[in-house]
Write a protein that binds this ligand. Structure first.
Ligand SMILES: *[C@@H]1O[C@H](CO)[C@@H](O)[C@H](O)[C@H]1NC(C)=O
Length: 255
């Protein structure tokens, strides 16, 4: 997936390899603990919001019937990012990325429009922490950055506005929703990060670089935001797509 122009200003998520989450694509039926919201429910938005709360303990551990992987921790085998703007310039590989804290999600501003087949909402997460094996080479603001090792980060008060536009497709005579386009807007209040073993473990360089990154976290997050939004969009498409693919429109939103 590509964002912006190619060339020196490009921001590219080269690969969000969620292959391991895609396995076992056997269509099964909606588990009985998933609350169903009627299509013409006047309080459809509230119904959906409540449903997201009811399924919290299940989705935390994963819902095999909907091919949804455990979301806490969410495991992503590989993310490859490449970005080149005047301010930041890097190639990064995150292997075995583990994302903790997603279970505390809260939805608000939910708006489901089944005539337009679009679903939007804001996801709030008080605290997320990440761990991954990183490999990075590039420049952040004025500072060169290079190394590989363990990456850890803490993000507080995370919000993501997600809008999924879908279309109906026919499978065996039945209508299913399919994601058509996804847009996301991401915000965090604070970010701290630690790259262990920068510059082959050179302690002074490693310490000053981590210090610099954390002192400038706000500006760096601002620059890296499009890449993070692309990753969230891909995850939303992956998870939303799986739910839609396993359950027909009539079963998901019955009349
Ligand atoms: C994340 O927060 C924990 C708990 O406050 C702290 O011990 C850890 O050092 C933080 N890690 C980073 C990378 O900021």
């Amino acid at each position: 997936m590509e964002f912006g122009k190619m060339g020196p200003l490009s921001i590219v998520v080269v690969c969000l390899c969620v292959a391991a989450l895609r396995e076992s694509a056997e269509a099964k039926s909606l588990p009985s603990y998933v609350p169903i919201c009627k299509r013409n429910d006047k309080n459809l938005n509230d119904c959906f919001k409540k449903a997201t709360q009811v399924i919290r303990p299940y989705i935390t551990k994963g819902i095999p019937e909907l091919n949804i992987p455990p979301i806490d921790p969410l495991m992503i085998p590989m993310v490859m990012l490449e970005q080149g703007t005047p301010a930041v310039n890097y190639k990064a590989k995150l292997k075995n990325l583990k994302v903790f804290g997603l279970r505390n999600y809260m939805f608000d501003n939910v708006m489901i429009d089944l005539t337009k087949l679009q679903i939007m909402g804001r996801i709030n997460i008080p605290m997320i922490w990440l761990e991954a094996d990183y490999d990075i080479k590039g420049r952040a603001l004025v500072l060169p950055i290079q190394g590989n090792g363990l990456f850890k980060a803490n993000l507080t008060t995370v919000t993501a506005d997600v809008k999924i536009e879908t279309k109906l497709i026919k499978k065996k005579g039945e209508d299913y929703l399919e994601p058509k386009s996804i847009s996301t807007k991401f915000n965090i209040e604070q970010a701290t990060a630690d790259f262990a073993n920068l510059f082959n473990g050179d302690e002074t360089l490693s310490r000053t670089t981590n210090q610099f990154l954390n002192d400038n976290a706000k500006d760096i997050v601002e620059e890296v935001k499009p890449a993070i939004e692309a990753v969230i969009a891909m995850l939303a498409e992956d998870i939303g797509g799986k739910v839609f693919a396993t359950t027909s429109f009539n079963k998901l939103f019955p009349k």
